[in-house]
Unconditional design. Structure first.
Length: 347
């Protein structure tokens, strides 16, 4: 059987912006005969995420994620439907997921690499398993729970950078659910800012591409910033951190503004910012969602409940077709998405 897949054509270089030319669409033959424990799946949705940028480098800079290999099929979080199975746990029609789903229209996968999903958790809206009721939601929820030190009733102000993205839109809302009294978002367009305040419950939102971010932030956070959910790093974070209160907390979720640069993760702080952290006793601990696997199941139940009750508002940017995978990734890295960027492969 002929299937389509995306392979890595060439690397952008550690200091380069990813481009669609780094990827190649191919047609290939898929063996249709299943061996014991194998499952044949049709791909439904694939997630494109900022961390994939480091997989485009020969050396990812981490020991827990491997680099993508030139001319080999790429992979990331994905969802599919089982068409045939020789694994006891799976039968045709089951919805399954993996964090290493091949960027391919149909795949022959080892059953033990898959997790079965319960569509009722997302009211049948399966792509939410890659977003609000998947690793993105877990990142926002567990990041705040573990590193935010939110105290209900303590009148805390939370700032979220990358606020109109997948994690950011959820982090702002969950920060409020867990007890922050004021939520301020920072993102890259006026359209995103108005969405955050009109639909996502943010008290204020600022466009970092306009002048005067520091002054505007001070106006929005008159008592300073108590909790900072940091998705971006760089100059935006220098500004936010300069307005943080004593003994406040940073959730070091990601540093996307530095991902196209040849720097380690987390990137070194500006000396003035490092001095502020020390003087004010600001905690800035790295958060990694995969380190909290023991909490995932219960947190997914909570995220599902918030989603299904309508309390948690969810945005997605969906493009269709495996031929648009590269474009979706490149666009997301530059801010083309609102909420979770998803690629619908079929279904
Ligand atoms: P998003 O949906 O937020 O998409 C990325 C967004 O980053 C873009 O939409 C863009 O929005 C913004 N951006 C891009 N370049 C810059 C820049 N130079 N300065 C400021 N903003 C920029 O992605 P995710 O929600 O999936 O990921 C958000 C962050 O969370 C990333 O840093 C990611 O690595 C991290 N992450 C961490 C995890 C963990 O376990 N710690 C797990 C999952 C994600 P805009 O228009 O606002 O510029």
């Amino acid at each position: 059987m002929k299937v389509k897949r995306i392979v890595l054509a060439c690397r952008p270089g550690k200091d380069g912006e990813p481009k669609t030319e780094n990827f190649r669409l191919e047609e290939t033959d898929l063996i249709e005969e299943l061996m014991d424990d194998q499952v044949m799946t049709q791909t439904l949705y694939i997630s494109v995420d900022p961390y994939l940028r480091c997989r485009m480098n020969e050396d990812t800079g981490t020991d827990y994620i491997g680099p993508w290999i030139i001319s080999e099929v790429l992979d990331s979080g994905g969802i599919g439907v089982v068409e045939q199975s020789r694994h006891d746990h799976f039968k045709p029609g089951d919805i399954v997921t993996s964090i290493n789903w091949p960027w391919q229209t149909k795949c022959l996968l080892q059953g033990n690499s898959l997790t079965k999903l319960d569509p009722s958790l997302v009211d049948g809206h399966l792509s939410h398993f890659l977003g609000a009721v998947g690793l993105t939601g877990l990142t926002a929820f567990l990041g705040i729970k573990e590193k935010g030190h939110v105290i209900p009733g303590a009148n805390q102000t939370m700032v979220v950078s990358g606020a109109a993205g997948a994690c950011g839109t959820l982090a702002g809302q969950i920060g409020r659910f867990l007890g922050c009294s004021r939520i301020v978002g920072i993102c890259g367009t006026d359209e995103k800012c108005s969405l955050l305040t009109s639909e996502m419950g943010f008290d204020a939102a600022l466009n970092y591409k306009e002048n005067g971010l520091a002054d505007k932030l001070r106006e929005c956070c008159p008592d300073g910033v108590d909790v900072y959910f940091d998705n971006v790093g760089g100059e935006i974070s220098n500004i936010v951190i300069s307005q943080m209160t004593n003994s406040s907390h940073i959730i070091l979720c990601g540093q996307i503004s530095q991902y196209n640069k040849d720097v380690p993760y987390p990137p070194p702080l500006h000396p003035q910012t490092a001095a502020i952290l020390k003087e004010r006793n600001i905690a800035r601990e790295r958060f990694m969602v995969l380190n909290y696997a023991d909490q995932h199941e219960i947190a997914i139940q909570q995220l599902s409940q918030w989603l299904k009750s309508g309390r948690l508002k969810v945005k997605e940017t969906v493009v269709s077709g495996i031929e648009n995978m590269a474009g979706a990734f490149v666009s997301m890295m530059k801010g083309g998405n609102i909420g979770k960027q998803i690629v619908q492969i079929s279904g």
